[in-house]
Design a protein around this ligand. Sequence first.
Ligand SMILES: [Zn+2]
Length: 91
Amino acid sequence: MSDSSGLIKDLLDRQVNPVRQKCSFTQIKESMSEEERKAVENAESSIRSDTGNGRAKAFSCTWLSDVLTKHGHAISASTISRHMTGRCGCE
Ligand SMILES: [Zn+2]
C-alpha cells in the first residue's frame, strides 16, 4: 500500500511545482535591471511592428540576439523567435 501513497505524493508535488518553465529569454530579462528590461521589451515591439521582409527588416530576432550576446547575454535568435511566437514555456 506504500506504492499508492507514493503515487499520491508525486501527483501533489506536480501541482506545487509548475510544469512550465520560463525560457532563457525571460530568464535573461529577469536578470536585468528594470531599465534594461524595458529597453529589451521596446526592442521586442519594434520587431513585432517591423513589416519589412528579409534584408529589409531593421529589427529582427537575429538582430536582438546579436545585441544581447554582444552585451554578455548569450541567446540564440531561435530562442527569441520561439518566445515571441508563444512557442516557449512562458505564460
Ligand atoms: Zn519565453
